[in-house]
Ligand binder design. Sequence first.
Ligand code: NAP
Ligand code: MG
Length: 497
Amino acid sequence: MDTLLETEKLANFINGEWVEVENTTAVINPATGKEVVQVPLSDANAVDQAVASAQAAQKQWALVPAPQRAEVLYRVGNLLKERKEKLSQLLTMENGKVLEEARGEVQEGIDMAFYMAGEGRRLFGQTTPSELKDKFAMSQRVPVGVVGIITPWNFPIAIATWKSFPAIVAGNAVVWKPATETPIMAYELAKIFEEGGLPKGVINVVFGSGSTVGDSMVHHPDIRVISFTGSNEVGRNIAAECGRQLKKVSLEMGGKNAIIVMDDADIDLAVEGILWSAFGTSGQRCTACSRVIVHEAVKGKLEQKLLTAMERLTIGDGLDESMKVGPIINQAGIRKIKDYIEIGKEEGAKLLVGGHEFRDGAHQGGNYFSPTLFTDATADMRIAQEEIFGPVVSLIPVQSFEEAVEVNNGVEFGLSSSIFTQNVNRVFQAQRDLDTGIVYVNAGTTGAEIHLPFGGTKGTGNGHRDSGVQALDVFTEWKAVYVDYSGKLQRAQIDVE
Ligand code: NAP
Ligand code: MG
């Protein structure tokens, strides 16, 4: 047990109570292979209890004026701020990302708290003229009821705040199932909600596997929205079940994000962008850059500079501040990456550097993989089409801007893309033609800010967005209200003079 955590065993948070569960499993620090804490493996009963608690609490919560609901989020934001360093260290221990990135992730939660607290005084609807005399018309957002949130291990706190804060400020109650690999942030955030004065039952945290807890949430008739971030395979099944039940569902899933480097690009800047986007979080970000589409005129130069820059990447335990690249979440992740290295070689891509696991001395016990660069990949290769979720990037040479756009768009996903160029016309053509939900110019594929919509097109999602004001959409219904003050029955479309 680590001294930063006051407990050796996490408990569910249901109806404002900490509920112990007998059946547990170990949370392993991916940097060391050592146990950090035990996490509950709850059953479907725990979900039923959490939903019942949320249902009861939501009725009252919806009646609290939104600016008052927001006060809780301001307090939550302040507590997150006070505990930023402790939370960041715990995050590194459960997830492996280096401390600098963990601090960035906690900061994202802080930003989201204050931003969504501000929504308590907005939650804008519309007033609009009626077609009839002495009649008033408006639309307003109303809460949906009980929402189910299912989050992945790669951003254990940021994604949870993107989903739970808008849900709560809009007047819903939440049942949240965090990823079993990274439950500590959920435990800490639940404590912060409790201390921040959120009424009991408005947020409930149920730990346990996706196939048990997640699945019962998806099937539960009293959960009216599912907001999910994770893999495409799981997301598709969730959407199918929600479709059967006519349950609202928001999905954020995989990516195959590319950086385009044009012949007029600032190559040194592009190298920095690639390094940060491809190898940050060891490539385990949904927005990670895993393709570099490079104009053939600068391919040789870019390869050389990238290889030199990659020598700077130190790999190890993220709690050591000299490390730039942390571990892979688990051995299954390592196996998947290794398989793709073999696939890439068989397909004829040229491995320039990396491609292997680290197990020596300081890396013993952890799941480390070397930053890897393939070149001469073609757009149709599996390493250029499928999500690898590791520190592996493939260079794809192209001859023109048009070809670069075609290659960028020629994948099943559509999360983020980037172009490095000095040509203002190309900048505007690119932001028009790249078909992803997020486009960066002269920056890598990562670095979203919380007040803009986050999400992707095509196979990345189902049209919803996390963060930004758009995050409110899935957690609210639109209600149209007509007030007739004419004193007589006026029929729309008919009694119009
Ligand atoms: P995952 O296996 O789909 O897991 C995501 C969450 O779903 C976990 O909490 C998991 O629980 C749960 N789950 C698993 N099976 C379930 C089921 N049958 N019913 C309900 N819930 C279920 O994904 P992952 O491998 O952990 O995460 C990596 C993936 O997430 C990548 O594909 C990545 O691109 C994507 N991602 C996307 C975004 C985005 O915003 N677009 C952001 C981050 C990550 P347990 O793991 O506890 O069993
Ligand atoms: Mg999983």
